[in-house]
Ligand binder design. Structure first.
Ligand code: NAP
Length: 279
């Protein structure tokens, strides 16, 4: 049995599908009720209350561990979940971490995430750490304004990073959960090209077949929008990267190809699969 946390999200949904498609027994975890693929068990649990995970972990051998926004808060104790998983008989954990742990090790949210990585590495469990850069799916934040006003509003419009398709993250995670060749490895996951927010807006416009206006936000405006979803430390650390990515954050990683044997998907591909959200 493989337990997938964040199972209804950008990474968790395709991961659950991939694992179920490979014939594995899968438990999908999220707080809210959800439609899951045939044969998958859904268990409602709140990661902020680790004991609520006990029924999901019953009989589990592997865990995909995604830290929800509230687990990034300074008072959260995400390492309790690793301890609980080990006590329940889980042998393998794939942790969704972040590229910033390596590229911005002094950011407050990165220090906290590094502590989770270190706790996992010291747990005695088989582990794999995934460190993705920014997700292509962050563009979904623009869906409503594209639909209603034909506008993308974002900060640092001409500063690009090699954003990664969450489906690539999911497929790498599935490989790491199903195959023990990837234990004790840290994978940095990026897309195949550096792309700016303005170029992303152009890709959405091309797929829609109608113009999309780009409006540049100030850093303050962007932070105000982000803190609705993530703690302020994480918002600041993220804005530091997208304002001025350093050479490590601009590098195209070969790790998706190393694990999957194929190149990572470009942003155009993500847009093609998600264009309905922008119509
Ligand atoms: N976006 C980026 O650019 C980026 C870059 C690097 C790393 N990351 C990391 O990627 C992760 C987000 O992945 P994602 O985009 O796939 O997530 P997502 O689409 O935002 O979905 C979050 C998932 O987690 C569940 N969830 C949220 N809070 C929960 C809680 N307290 N307890 C249990 N389940 C909870 C949600 O379902 P319910 O709401 O029903 O619970 C949903 O299934 C975060 O750990 C983030 O740090 C993101």
């Amino acid at each position: 049995m493989i337990v997938v946390t964040g199972a209804t999200g950008n990474v968790g949904r395709p991961l659950t599908q991939a694992l179920a498609g490979a014939g594995g027994q899968v438990t999908a975890v999220s707080r809210h009720a959800a439609t899951v693929p045939d044969g998958v068990r859904h268990v409602a649990a709140d990661l902020a209350e680790p004991t609520s995970l006990t029924p999901a972990l019953d009989g589990a051998k592997a865990l995909f561990f995604l830290l929800s926004g509230d687990l990034h808060a300074p008072e959260a104790r995400p390492t309790d979940i690793i301890d609980m998983a080990a006590a329940s008989g889980v042998r393998r954990v794939v942790l969704l971490s972040s590229q910033g742990v390596a590229t911005r090790p002094l950011g407050p949210s990165r220090i906290a995430m590094r502590a989770v990585e270190d706790a996992l590495k010291e747990s005695g469990l088989d582990w794999t750490v995934l460190r993705p850069g920014g997700f292509a799916s962050n563009a979904l934040a623009w869906a409503e304004s594209v639909r209603t006003q034909g506008t993308v509003a974002a900060p640092f419009g001409d500063v690009g990073v090699p954003i990664v398709d969450p489906v690539d993250i999911a497929e790498v995670a599935a490989a790491c959960l199903l195959d023990d060749r990837h234990t004790r490895e840290v994978f940095e996951l990026t897309g195949p090209e550096v792309i700016t927010p303005r170029q992303q807006a152009e890709a959405i416009a091309a797929a829609l077949g109608s113009p999309v206006r780009f409006r540049e936000l100030t850093r303050e405006e962007a932070k105000a929008a982000m803190v609705q979803f993530v703690p302020p430390e994480l918002a600041d650390d993220t804005l530091d990267i997208i304002a001025a990515p350093n050479p490590a954050e601009l590098r195209i990683s070969s790790d998706v190809e190393r694990v999957l044997g194929r190149a990572p998907r470009p942003f155009n591909d993500w847009v093609g699969r998600n264009i309905a959200a922008f119509r």
